[in-house]
Design a binder for this molecule. Structure first.
Ligand SMILES: [Zn+2]
Length: 392
């Protein structure tokens, strides 16, 4: 998602658009260019797509503003050809909050449809002469493809209903899948709720892919994102589950080597080469914790300044290292790292420095403890041996 253009910023949220969005505008122009006047048709197509994405943007603001109401930060919303993405810094833990955030997007589309429909009916009613509902629908359908005000209104109303319904499909991590997960999580553990939602989502993705094979590339792309996105979120939830029972004080490396501001960069290079440690807490001569020197920082310094630099100039100052208490669970430590965009936290007790926890420590723990938990679960779930199994 690197190549996005920032459009504007509102309520602290950056609204960005991905370059590939241009393709969808071209597609819109192409779609309507078969009209008698090609240029007017093409321009109309561009307007239709732009308005459609205004609706998509409003949908994302539904999620984003509800999330902000629950104190979840939303740094940006990105518009892609397959729809929008509101980037939430974290998922709220309370199922009810997730439910409301997820449902807020489709709700916006339904409200828009409710506002647009009477207008569309009003404008169409002025020209429409038929007497049955079916003929009204057929008429509306033909108007939708004709560049006109009533055509535009009908198109937007219908599309908003379709958008709302499509997003409510239980295809986790789409909105409907999140609604499903949050409802399940009200009755069972979060991890199990996520596993079920992801399984249902995969089934939906397969169905969408089969449907998409008929020639709908958009649907194929969405199916792919559902499959990959679901797996990513499941892994994150399972990792968090592993981490929630471990406290910061138990994850500290008590043997960690510390360095002093008076020491040379050379010394740290030696330490990195001869130990497994990658991140070093830095102390001043009064034995106060003043910062952290991480391996990425060290590598960057060696590249630019060589071994001449001073540790104080290259370390991450202590005030930029998020602090956590010794009783904080690693799940919360992990959240804090994500929120702060930091790969290291300092464990402190009443201002006294106890040690560092790094992202490497956490991923090691996830692997080791996760593997143990998985084995325990498997052993517990194994049925007793069936004698007929031995016959072959
Ligand atoms: Zn949504």
């Amino acid at each position: 998602m690197g190549s996005s253009l920032r459009l504007f910023r509102i309520w602290g949220i950056d609204v960005k658009v991905h370059w590939s969005f241009l393709l969808i505008l071209v597609y819109g122009a192409f779609l309507y260019s078969g009209q008698t006047n090609r240029l007017t048709g093409a321009l109309y197509g561009v307007v239709v797509i732009l308005l459609l994405f205004v609706c998509v943007l409003l949908h994302e603001f539904g999620h984003a503003l509800t999330a902000k109401y629950f104190k979840v930060n939303v740094p940006h919303i990105t518009l892609l050809p397959i729809g929008g993405v509101a980037q939430l810094e974290r998922m709220p833990r309370q199922p009810l909050q997730e439910f409301l955030i997820a449902i807020a997007g489709p709700a916006v589309n339904f409200v828009l449809a409710l506002l647009l429909l009477p207008l569309a009916v009003l404008v169409i009613g002025l020209t429409w002469g038929a007497d049955s509902l079916l003929s009204l629908l057929t008429y509306a359908q033909t108007r939708m493809m004709t560049p006109s005000l009533d055509g535009l209104l009908v198109y937007l109303a219908v599309t908003n209903i379709a958008l709302g319904l499509f997003n409510l499909l239980p295809a986790f991590p789409m909105d409907g899948g999140r609604v499903l997960r949050s409802l399940l999580a009200m009755a069972m553990p979060y991890v199990r709720a996520t596993r079920i939602a992801v399984t249902v989502g995969r089934l939906m993705a397969v169905l969408m892919a089969l449907w998409g094979l008929g020639g709908n590339i958009m649907l194929l792309l969405i199916a792919f994102f559902i499959y990959v996105g679901g797996r990513g979120e499941l892994e994150a939830v399972e990792s968090r589950y592993v981490l929630k029972d471990i406290r910061a004080k138990d994850a500290l490396n008590r043997e960690a080597r510390t360095i002093y501001t008076s020491e040379s960069i050379d010394k740290v290079v030696d330490l990195v080469m001869t130990t497994y440690q990658a991140d070093f807490p830095v102390f001043d001569l009064g034995n106060n914790f003043v910062g952290v020197l991480t391996r990425p920082r060290l590598v960057a310094v060696l590249r630019t300044q060589g071994r001449e630099g001073r540790i104080v100039d290259v370390m991450i100052p202590a005030q930029d290292v998020p602090p956590v208490g010794p009783e904080t669970t690693l799940a919360d430590v992990w959240d804090k790292m994500m929120e702060a965009g930091s790969r290291v936290v300092a464990v402190k007790e009443q201002g006294r420095f106890l040690g560092l926890i790094t992202l490497d420590d956490i991923s090691e723990l996830i692997q080791v403890v996760g593997a143990t938990k998985e084995r325990d679960e498997r052993v517990a779930a194994q049925p007793t041996a069936n004698p007929t199994d031995f016959s072959n």
